[in-house]
Write a new protein. Structure first.
Lengths: 350, 322, 423
């Protein structure tokens, strides 16, 4: 216990806890509860049956009614605990219910049939994981195929976007040329038009280019995001020009400066953009929905949303699928986030 | 990663060096820009231009060629108001309700979100244990799809939800949050901050990395208070990143849609109907599909956003120069 | 090692599928599902594929949103599938493939009767454009156990909305149930009651008009009932825009006495209520205008005229329309049959309880009560616009953003604007 306390209260380097540290940890713990709590609950809920998901109020853990095998009955019988009336406190198994009356038996004494009012009983419940939510997904889908499509789109689009955007950001931050402001304003300007509206024009362009029902129809338009250029450019501005001038004195080519100096120095921003790009492409739904209509091209998000019908949604399957699609990207995030902290301090400006 | 790519980069260096000799250093900028400009022009700028053309047409056909030109009629329809502050006096009352809702929403949401994102980023950047874990904690909501975000918060906030169960247990008593216009609006702001804060925290975290450590060490030597260090060092040095965050937060705030649409559908009544929902329902989900009206509305919004962004850029430049 | 196996499997599935694509005459069937419809069709079509070597029917299961929002755009740009299951029956009629040259017209007309006209769009004509695969009809579910607990007699045949409201209120009060009544938040769902209150929906020339005295009378009653607690206010007032919201969860949890929804909920009720309480389906209540109408609806399977293989597309839909196949699909998907022959013979639903079977039969039995206006409304190509307007403006009246009078004015002008733009 003491060890945990040491771990929690220790700060790197200094020995004494400043009051700001206390506030920080208090804030972070609230964060766990508020930000992470709902996510954990989501994962737990993906193990609930459809009927359990419909229940008011929602429970924290997945439950199912306990059943009991009684001699002489083929099916397992549901168990209830009596809350009032003649048999109060007893645990009984139900044979059948007609209207307000239920016919029950004591599993220990199965011969005698008891009649009780249904208001006097409560179901006995136990913790139970509805793993069929997950297994049925693999029976229903070519899961591997969708996973492959999603991965291919995400990886290719992210690499393409990082390269293209960082080149543009380099030009916009480290060169003085006519039209620089115009290009920058154009880039930021296109952000103003919501994606919902350009969906149809963009669709017409992409079909015109023959990329309908092709993974490239999702990858290439995805690489042209204004956010990335803007984000990287603002970061690259903070890199001192002296470093570039020194390199130029050493006769380094511009490409080499870009590749050997700017890219490593921008690692935190590039890591952030990589995380965002992976997340955008992996979770992209509206755009693939209109470009990809054939099962063999579907991504995980399309498969996930196919549980939404006109009038009903299959929530138990949808939640299980959500958790499955969340796992890879959460792993990627945990891996990539440490690169955010490899800025100028660690590369030493070389 | 870099090692794998460096042979390719060495090959690319050959033509780039030739171009550099041919064009000179400053014109080489266009070569760096070119790939992005092609992709960008085709898939980001051209659709916007087409969008402008759609705004000038009527009817419910999809292809531009089949649509009759109506000039500025869509804009006139949208701005036909006796009193802009009273949506009931407007021809497109839903549009103006959405405009005012969005104005309030963005004011509250951007302020709260940037504030909390900055606080979180500074704390996560400090000397704390299990940094990677805590970063994940604050970022995970960003990974969830809007439908799932809405579902979770419905479980919590509905009449028989978790929050009311808790309030009943404490004796305070529950409340039917989502039927009350003001509360539904407040919760919409909260949920939208919840769902997107991680995004801005991450960008700010990267920005904090760009501030050299020795500046802080100098401040420590001078026994500057944490608040003073923040005001005098962190904020000014963070300003390029803050600009990204503020500009993006404002634009994305105005474009808030999916999770709120899945959460309240814009209700009760029209209390949480925002501009993009109006555009979506007029142009895509509803019948007949009025692409023209939707495109015109999006352009009006874009014009307002451009003005607001220019103000932000101007303020930022003045702060940096001053 | 495992990695290698995984990679090989992935590659094999990639190659396997693309090899299959090249050889056969491939037919794409875009389908969205509320349960098991798409899987059942996929299964039935394997029989068609067996009879027709070389034809490969691929069922692409998509979110409903793709059918509603993206399919029209794809069709307009010439990129539609060959076959789709659609719900905007009249709205897409310009893209439909006329099956008449390929099928037995007499069989189709005698089997599908009036539903064929739902697919013909604004211009009418005598084309055979689609097969109504799922007939739905709106109607009430009642929690019989609550009635028994309260000792209240259930209103019998010919009961009015007022009778049911009084009875449901009495039951809710006696049993401490949260809500007496609820109706789905949908313009389609309130259409039946509105017609029962005298709404005509179309003028003498057959033009859509939505607002008239009967419609206003219903709206006034509905708003009043929402605000005095007779109806669960959450359903209509807790949402905005034209979003759909049902009250099935309240009903399943036993918090609702009388729930007006439709035949498609039977499967869900059976599955999720289980043994919790007894529920049953009753006739749609009557209005002061004398009608006791529900509202028909549903989805249908259509072919598109852009297809490269019109004769195969027609053969596939004709195959699904054959009496035995249609009966099997209906039984397995637990829908009501639109096929008159199947309906006359009765459907033996697979693996459902006696209660659910009774509920489905109850809905099927309510079909003769459906007003001709309701049939016309369902077949009217502009009905989606009218449904949307109904929901939006009614909700505003319920939450008090508009008075009933203002809401009706807005609804009328919304419709006029929509009609002007659509033509």
């Amino acid at each position: 216990m003491g060890k945990i306390w040491d771990f929690l209260t220790a700060t790197r380097g200094s020995t004494r806890l400043h009051w700001t540290d206390w506030v920080s940890y208090a804030y972070l713990c609230t964060g766990i509860f508020l930000m992470f709590g709902p996510v954990v609950w989501l994962v737990l809920s993906s193990f609930k049956t459809e009927a359990d998901l419909q229940r008011f109020p929602p429970t924290l853990l997945p439950y199912a009614q306990q059943t009991v095998e009684v001699d002489g009955y083929d099916d397992a019988l549901p168990l209830f605990v009596m809350t009032a009336g003649e048999y109060e406190g007893m645990t009984l198994a139900q044979l059948r219910r007609v209207g307000n009356q239920a016919q029950m038996i004591d599993p220990l004494n199965p011969e005698e049939r008891l009649r009780v009012n249904i208001a006097n009983r409560e179901p006995v419940e136990e913790f139970s994981l509805a793993t069929e939510n997950y297994t049925s997904l693999f029976e229903r889908f070519n899961f591997l195929r969708f996973f492959w499509n999603s991965t291919f789109i995400t990886v290719t689009a992210t690499l393409l976007m990082l390269l293209v955007n960082s080149m543009a950001a380099f030009a916009l931050s480290k060169y003085e040329f006519r039209g620089r402001t115009a290009v920058l304003l154009l880039v930021v300007g296109t952000l103003m038009i919501p994606q919902t509206v350009v969906l149809v024009p963009l669709f017409l362009i992409v079909t015109e280019l023959g990329m309908f029902n092709s993974l490239w129809g999702v990858i290439i338009p995805g690489a042209a995001t204004p956010t990335g250029v803007f984000l990287l450019r603002q970061y690259m501005i903070t890199i001192p020009d002296e470093i570039l001038d020194a390199a130029r004195m050493d006769k380094a080519s511009e490409w080499k400066i870009f590749w050997r100096i700017i890219i490593p120095l921008s690692a935190p921003a590039i890591a952030v953009l990589a995380i965002l790009a992976i997340m955008w492409r992996w979770n992209d739904f509206l755009w693939p929905l209109i470009v990809l209509t054939q099962t063999e091209n579907f991504t995980l998000q399309l498969a996930l949303n196919s549980f939404q019908g006109e009038l009903t949604t299959d929530w138990s399957s949808l939640l299980a699928m959500t958790v499955l699609t969340l796992l890879p990207i959460a792993t990627v995030f945990m891996f990539l986030q440490k690169y955010i902290a490899t800025g100028i301090a660690s590369t030493g400006g070389k | 990663m870099l090692q794998i790519l460096s042979p390719i980069m060495r090959i690319v260096e050959v033509p780039m060096l030739a171009l550099q000799r041919l064009l000179g250093i400053n014109k080489l900028a266009w070569v760096f820009l070119l790939p992005n400009l092609i992709l960008f022009g085709l898939f980001a700028f051209l659709p916007v231009i087409l969008n402008v053309s759609y705004a000038m047409t009527g009817g419910d056909n999809v292809l531009l060629a089949d649509r009759p030109n109506v000039g500025l009629r869509n804009f006139v329809t949208l701005t036909d108001c006796e009193n802009f502050l009273d949506p009931n006096s407007c021809r497109e009352d839903k549009f103006w309700r959405a405009v005012w809702n969005t104005t309030w929403f963005v004011t509250l949401q951007v302020g709260a979100m940037v504030g909390f994102a900055l606080l979180t980023a500074i704390i996560l950047n400090g000397k704390i244990r299990a940094r990677g874990f805590f970063r994940s904690v604050f970022f995970f909501p960003v990974l969830l799809s809007p439908v799932v975000v809405a579902l979770i918060w419905k479980w919590i906030l509905q009449r028989e939800g978790v929050l009311n169960a808790f309030l009943d247990w404490t004796g305070i008593g529950g409340y039917n949050w989502l039927v009350d216009a003001q509360w539904a609006f407040t919760w919409s702001v909260f949920i939208s901050v919840w769902a997107h804060m991680g995004f801005y925290t991450l960008i700010l975290l990267a920005g904090l990395q760009a501030i050299p450590r020795d500046v802080y060490e100098a401040a420590l030597m001078d026994r500057a208070s944490p608040w003073r260090t923040f005001r005098r060092i962190t904020l000014p040095l963070l300003s390029p990143t803050m600009l990204v965050v503020l500009v993006l937060a404002l634009i994305k705030g105005v474009q808030t849609f999916d999770e709120i649409y899945a959460f309240t559908g814009g209700g009760p009544g029209t209390a949480t109907t925002f501009i993009i929902q109006y555009i979506y329902e007029e142009g895509f989900a509803g019948a007949p599909r009025l692409f023209g009206l939707a495109a015109a509305a999006s352009l009006l919004v874009a014009i307002v956003l451009v003005i607001l962004t220019l103000i932000q850029l101007w303020v930022n430049r003045r702060n940096v120069d001053g | 090692m495992t990695n290698k196996v995984l990679m090989t499997t992935a590659l094999a599935s990639v190659l396997g599928l693309s090899a299959g694509m090249a050889s056969a005459q491939e037919i794409r069937f875009m389908c969205s599902t509320d349960g098991n419809e798409c899987e059942v069709y996929e299964d039935l079509l394997t029989r068609f594929e067996a009879d027709n070597p070389g034809v490969d029917v691929i069922v692409d299961i998509v979110p409903y949103q793709a059918i509603l929002e993206n399919l029209p755009v794809q069709l307009a740009s010439g990129n539609g599938p060959d076959i789709a299951k659609v719900t905007d029956l009249g709205g897409l009629s310009e893209y439909y493939l006329d099956l008449a040259p390929y099928v037995d017209r007499d069989y189709w007309e005698s089997s599908f009767g009036d539903t064929l006209s739902w697919y013909r769009g604004p211009d009418g004509g005598d084309a055979i454009n689609g097969m109504h695969s799922q007939l739905t009809i709106t109607g009430p579910f009642v929690n019989a156990t609550l009635f028994e607990q309260a000792g209240v007699e259930m209103p019998g045949e010919g009961a009015t909305w007022e009778d049911w409201a009084a009875a449901s209120r009495a039951v809710a009060e006696a049993t401490g149930t949260d809500f007496p009544m609820a109706i789905d938040r949908s313009g389609h769902r309130v259409a039946g009651p509105a017609i029962s209150y005298g709404a005509q929906l179309f003028d003498a020339d057959g033009n859509a008009m939505l607002v008239d005295d009967g419609f206003t009378a219903y709206v006034e009653q509905f708003v009043e009932w929402n605000n005095d607690g007779t109806f669960a206010r959450d359903v209509w007032a807790g949402q905005g825009g034209a979003t759909y919201q049902d009250a099935a969860q309240e009903f399943i949890n036993g918090e609702l006495v009388f729930y007006y929804s439709g035949s498609w909920q039977v499967g869900r009720m059976e599955e999720n209520i289980g043994d919790f309480f007894d529920w049953q389906v009753v006739d749609s209540p009557c209005g002061p205008a004398g009608a006791c109408s529900g509202m028909p609806g549903g989805a249908g399977i259509v072919g598109f005229s852009d297809t490269e293989h019109p004769e195969i597309v027609a053969a596939i839909i004709d195959f699904l329309a054959q009496e035995d196949i249609y009966a099997e699909a209906t039984a397995r998907t637990r829908n009501l049959p639109a096929h008159l022959g199947v309906a006359a013979a009765g459907v033996d639903y697979e693996g459902v309880s006696a209660g659910a079977q009774g509920a489905l039969n109850g809905f099927a039995g309510a079909l003769p009560d459906v007003s001709p206006i309701a049939f016309a409304y369902q077949g009217y190509p502009g009905n989606r616009a009218m449904f949307g307007i109904t929901v939006e403006r009614l909700s505003q009246a319920i939450v008090g953003e508009l008075t009933v009078e203002e809401a009706m004015e807005r609804a009328a002008s919304d419709l006029a604007a929509a009609m002007a733009e659509a033509n």
